[in-house]
Design a binder for this molecule. Sequence first.
Ligand code: ADP
Ligand code: MG
Length: 387
Amino acid sequence: MKIHEYQAKVLFRKYNVPVPKGEVAFTVEEAQKVAGTLGGYPVVVKAQIHAGGRGKGGGVKLARSLDEVKQLAGEILGMTLVTHQTGPKGQPVKKVLVEQGLNIAKELYLSVVADRATAQVVIMASEAGGMDIEAVAAETPEKIIKVYVNPLNGIQGYHCLQAAYGLNLPAAAVKPFVQLLNNLYKLFIEYDCSLVEINPLIITADDAILALDAKINFDDNALFRHKDLLEFRDLDEEDPAEVEASKFNLNYINLDGNVGNMVNGAGLAMATMDIIKLAGAEPANFLDVGGGANAEMVENGFRIILSDPNVKGILINIFGGILRCDVLAEGVVKAAQKTGIKVPVVVRMEGTNVDAGRKILADSGLNLTPAVDLSDAAAKVAKMVGA
Ligand code: ADP
Ligand code: MG
């Protein structure tokens, strides 16, 4: 799960990670009210969307007076912000963070990330922080230092010093940085985060150190342990079809192509997407109905695929193991009867109760095309969508 910057800063405050004074506002009036509590100008008006690159996209602006706050909040609230992370369609802005504008001497980068390759926590830090960190990573990766922490031992003093020296911090900032990094690590562990990122972490003219930006991603599988985070979920920022799918415990991700596909098992789903591409077509989604899916889950999955107007053909690829082929077939038939299928459907099915499954589909009177194997299925569906 992702959250907004202003929400991440609430958690930062809770863990004593210093952040500028500020608060979220949903209207221009609220923005002005918040600005009035910050004790002077400049203040910064920041679009709150679940994507980075807001500064470059025009979603972060400096206001030098209450009038400017009014003008900028008016411009940013309601705008469709396009950044390198939103895709070309952009994301509508429904709230802004209004916070103290600080005097920045230096912008650094700091993150704590779960590293799957080493099964450790990695602290990444760079002296070259700020809005061009992607270019730094691509062109001069040596400017980003990595400090690995064994999660069983936890963070130690030497990890913090290694990061501090890597950042070339002024002496006065080392102690506060070490405290900040310890607190950030604690937050990362206690909230089961997959990423905590501060870009930029700034040093002010008087050597104070603060998080100006805040990004946190949580491990969805651990969310049941953090009921307090549920109020942070913002469905406006999520794909409506993905939200619908999550209600039924379906692993669904919306993609740009036109071949909808329903598969059981994430590995088989990845392979199916590959084979659709190999046949010259593009997948419209990733959908893993799961090994233990029942007819109702299949029905909901099928309905969600059908609700995507881009879908011009569907490939159902099931290997019947725990999910038996007859159960799948029942689900497909029910969903098709309820929703009506307006696009061609190719079915490749193998495994437990495959004959019973094929019979249910054949007797259903639905217009379904059977396939003998994977490549036959992909070729057929690709032809149907005109790829
Ligand atoms: P994004 O990463 O989405 O572009 P940031 O929060 O990092 O958004 O803001 C972009 C830039 O705006 C920062 O790199 C910083 O230079 C400036 N900025 C952001 N917040 C403040 C602030 N409170 N005071 C001064 N400058 C700020
Ligand atoms: Mg940033």
